[in-house]
Design a protein around this ligand. Sequence first.
Ligand code: EPU
Length: 420
Amino acid sequence: MDSLLVKGGVPLHGDVTISGAKNAALPIMAATLLTAEPCVIRRVPNLSDIRFMGQILTSLGADVRFDGNTVTIQAAKIKGVGDYELIRKMRGSICILGPLLGRLRKAIVSLPGGCVIGARPIDLHLKGMAALGAKIKIAEGYVHVNARKLKGADMFLGGRAGPTVLGTGNVIMAAVLAEGVTIIESAACEPEVTDLANFLNAMGAKISGMGGPTITITGVESLHGAEHEVIPDRIEAATFAIAAAATNGEVTLHGARMDHLHAVADKLREAGVVIERRGSAIKVKRGSCLKPVDVTTMPYSGFPTDVQAQIMALLTLAPGISIITERIFESRFMHVSELARLGADIAIEGPSAIIKGGKPLSGAPIMASDLRASAALVIAGLAARGATQVNRVYHIDRGYENIDGKLRKLGARVERVEGI
Ligand code: EPU
């Protein structure tokens, strides 16, 4: 397995262009199953998760062609049974369930398991589909959904940790071809859901209210092909901003959307980081010194759980005590023990991590456990003295396009070491 060898202590300087958002591109690719006509999606990041979604769509019968960051998909004739092994591997693949139900009125898809960051149930996805009239059965590891007719309905999709991002997307995709009006209360407000709804509207759907907690979908007879450009990845932008601050550098982010980054920018400013708009770009640099801050993860527009690990890496460098509370996923602290190997002082108490920051980090071999944890470990390695080898780097390749190349362009000493 490949690893990244990071030689720390070099401030990052220069310009970086932010790629398209993985978590918008995945459901948008799945949404192409709703029409037999070709769809062209641009600014699709070149990532293993994206190629994987391409394979899933191909296995369902779609024609999927990648050309750089553009993917053309035509699902002229598809089947409703997903390949068990393929789908089981990636949690995000659950978002084929809604479009298959919408188009074919039936789908059989393997249940995504839990993962290292938490249990990750799909009860809310199924609750929404049941409200539309689908019958649901779980047997032998598969979820079977089918409906003779899908009928618009009012539903509440809030759960224990608030709304569900993929669940909202899935139910929207089933409802666009239902008869009548569907109203989703406690819908996820994440920009990735809005981007999906915009793509569906370009395909002829009638969706309004996206970006807010009440989404209204008026069913239509059929959808047609469309072209779309995926929004920039706010999590990648936040990761580079934090890497710039952690290394005491100065980096300009191009293509990132400040309106998607308010919660992250607010916390970084509180921690002493300077963030300024420069035309369409965002400039980030460390202020005079880092300060401890408290962070609680929340659904959008709150602080994203997908940036929790990265800000923790930064706060290990801020003298004083910071408290990070994780409210979305119950076990998303796998990076804590690895950060400790670099010398960080972090204690976990229930859903909170208490960080006594300010001690310098020093390099060590460490292990990535999931996508965002790996990004945090790379940031810590960039800020540490000496060499840090981040093992199992395939996790980072799932969600960051060419991260080592982009970091090297900013002056980082990062090498990919091929493993066996
Ligand atoms: N939940 C339920 N029931 C459900 C669905 C979710 O209880 O039916 C709970 C979850 O257990 C969790 C909370 O609701 O506690 C939020 O989960 P959500 O459904 O919003 O997560 P998701 O849609 O499965 C997406 C992203 C994640 C990101 C979360 C939260 C994709 C492919 N994944 O997952 O991204 O952390 O939203 O913002 O869009 C990542 O990119 O590293 C990543 C994990």
